[in-house]
Design a protein around this ligand. Structure first.
Ligand SMILES: [Ca+2]
Ligand SMILES: [Ca+2]
Length: 103
């Protein structure tokens, strides 16, 4: 009976995480982005590819089931809007820019 409630909560959580990413101060975000890339850049090429972003999202939203997976997909989609040069990798600079490409 808790399924729909959990779904709503997970959706709200994903939305909050995305909002927080935009609201956090720029300097803090730069540090956070570099740390994120350093932590999840498994092949050390300086950017996060699909698998690395998936690992990062899984770390942010542990658990299993369709609800959490939908929330993860939403969060990952939010991250991919930041791939300004569309090379399939997210650099620290792209993460810090928060999707404001070329601005
Ligand atoms: Ca990488
Ligand atoms: Ca890129």
């Amino acid at each position: 009976m808790t399924g729909p409630i959990r779904a709503r909560r997970a959706g709200a959580l994903a939305g909050m995480l995305m909002l927080c990413g935009c609201a956090i101060g720029r300097a803090a975000l730069d540090v956070g982005s570099a740390a994120l890339v350093a932590r999840f850049d498994a092949d050390r090429d300086g950017g996060l590819d699909r698998a690395e972003v998936a690992a990062m999202v899984s770390a942010a939203m542990p658990g299993s089931g369709p609800t959490i997976e939908a929330a993860r997909a939403g969060l990952a989609a939010g991250y991919w809007t930041r791939d300004c040069d569309r090379d399939g990798k997210l650099t620290a600079g792209e993460l810090a820019a928060g999707g404001r490409c070329g601005g």
